[in-house]
Design a protein around this ligand. Structure first.
Ligand code: HEC
Length: 113
């Protein structure tokens, strides 16, 4: 039992370390280089040009689901396999999408009151 708890703690520590290692700055470059912006906008804000370019900034998908989707989608979005989009780049892209500044609250914009 104690060993299992220790393993879980170790996994959490190592896991969060890996997340910290991801670089939003590199992610921005990878997001541009791999063409994600063409459908999702340069900041993952979505796009009116492609009819269903989804908002993906601050995605609520946990990393595992995000990766699974990007690797294996077969709908309107083409899949990006590891041979063309290395895992490190995808982790950085995820970090970038989490780091994009959030828009202001609508209630904080006087003109919209
Ligand atoms: C050709 C246009 C296109 C490109 C390029 C593209 N996407 Fe997408 N993406 C889409 C569309 C359309 C959807 C919605 C499709 C669906 O739900 O099946 C989507 C959905 C997603 C989702 C799921 C969002 C959710 O919450 O369900 C993620 C994550 C995502 N894209 C990430 C990326 C990343 C990262 C890249 C670059 C490596 C990328 N996309 C490149 C068109 C594109």
């Amino acid at each position: 039992m104690r060993i299992r708890v220790a393993l879980i703690v170790a996994a959490c520590v190592l896991g969060s370390h890996a997340a910290l290692a991801a670089s939003a700055e590199n992610g921005k470059k990878a997001f541009t280089a791999h063409g994600c912006w063409q459908c999702h906008g340069f900041e993952g804000q979505g796009s009116a040009v492609t009819s269903n370019g989804k908002v993906i900034a601050h995605t609520e998908l946990p990393y595992e689901s995000f990766e699974a989707f990007v690797r294996s989608t077969n709908g309107a979005m083409p899949p990006f396999r590891e041979t063309i989009l290395p895992a490190a780049d995808l982790q950085d892209i995820y970090a970038y999408l989490q780091a994009v500044p959030k828009p202001p609250e609508v209630s904080s914009i006087p003109l919209l009151k």
